[in-house]
Design a protein around this ligand. Structure first.
Ligand code: BTN
Length: 256
């Protein structure tokens, strides 16, 4: 059962059979004053959401659908760094759980295996006077879904660890391993800033150094991502040699 294994950084774990979205529950708890590290996990979401208002397929007992509260108390423009830190922790945990799968990070919030999405991150922030009051970090991991669990139009772009590995995995172990990684990286981040996280991110990324179709300022163009800036924006070298920071993944069409 989910939540059975000890999870280091977690103060309180709230387990639900069914919710609309774990993001909504965690947000309500945050508004009520729940501390950093409060974790909400559900077996099933009836209205799981992804970025840009997309639906997130969350069938019962098949995946990890969870949201946790962070209270980093920093300026809001650093929030993208938390997405990247979360992606690094997730990539490390999934590589360990699902060896030998080659799992990589697609900037800014996807984990891919063989070009298909296996996990997504949704960070929702609430700020006051440009400072973060709290952050709800939502993670969806497609662990034990079968092909029947996906609508046909998603089969080319999404997959699960089970489909890729040919066996089921223990979800509670992945949750525990993610938080062990997250706790360690979050401590490094609070002590030393983003630079050490950025180095690890760049090594795990599948986005860098590959020419990519982009939409910049409403115009279709191509460029090559060459790294991150210190706010977590993607630095792209355009065909004319100029380097521009990209803040939204929507500027990178899914096929890349
Ligand atoms: C994305 O790839 O667009 C982000 C997907 C995030 C999905 C998770 S599942 C748990 C949490 N609750 C939600 O409704 N969404 C996030």
């Amino acid at each position: 059962k989910l939540g059975e294994k000890g999870v280091a950084m977690i103060g309180g774990i709230r387990l639900f059979d069914e919710v609309d979205s774990t993001q909504n529950i965690a947000q309500r708890l945050a508004e009520e004053g729940a501390p950093e590290g409060t974790l909400v996990i559900a077996e099933q979401q009836t209205n799981g959401r992804g970025r840009m208002g997309r639906k997130w397929v969350s069938p019962s007992g098949k995946g990890i659908w969870m949201s946790f509260i962070l209270r980093p108390g920093m300026p809001i423009h650093f929030a993208p760094q938390l997405t990247l830190l979360t992606a690094v922790a997730l990539c490390r945990a999934l590589r360990a759980a699902a060896a030998p799968l080659d799992i990589g990070i697609k900037w800014p919030n996807d984990l891919l295996v063989g070009g298909r999405k296996i996990s997504g991150i949704l960070l929702e922030t609430t700020a006051e006077e440009e400072r973060l009051r709290y952050v709800i970090a939502g993670i969806g991991i497609s662990v034990n879904l079968t092909e029947d669990d996906y609508p046909p139009e998603l089969l080319d772009i999404a997959t699960s660890l089970r489909i890729q590995l040919g066996r089921e995995l223990d979800r509670a172990e992945i949750v525990a391993s993610f938080f062990a990684q997250f706790q360690q990286l979050y401590a490094v981040y609070q002590r030393e800033g983003f630079a050490p996280i950025q180095t690890i991110w760049e090594a795990l990324s599948v986005t860098l150094h590959k020419p990519t179709r982009l939409i910049v300022g409403g115009k279709a163009t191509t460029g090559t991502p060459i790294g991150l800036n210190d706010q977590g924006a993607l630095l792209v070298r355009m065909d004319d040699g100029a380097v521009v920071p990209l803040f939204s993944a929507e500027q990178v069409p899914p096929q890349g």
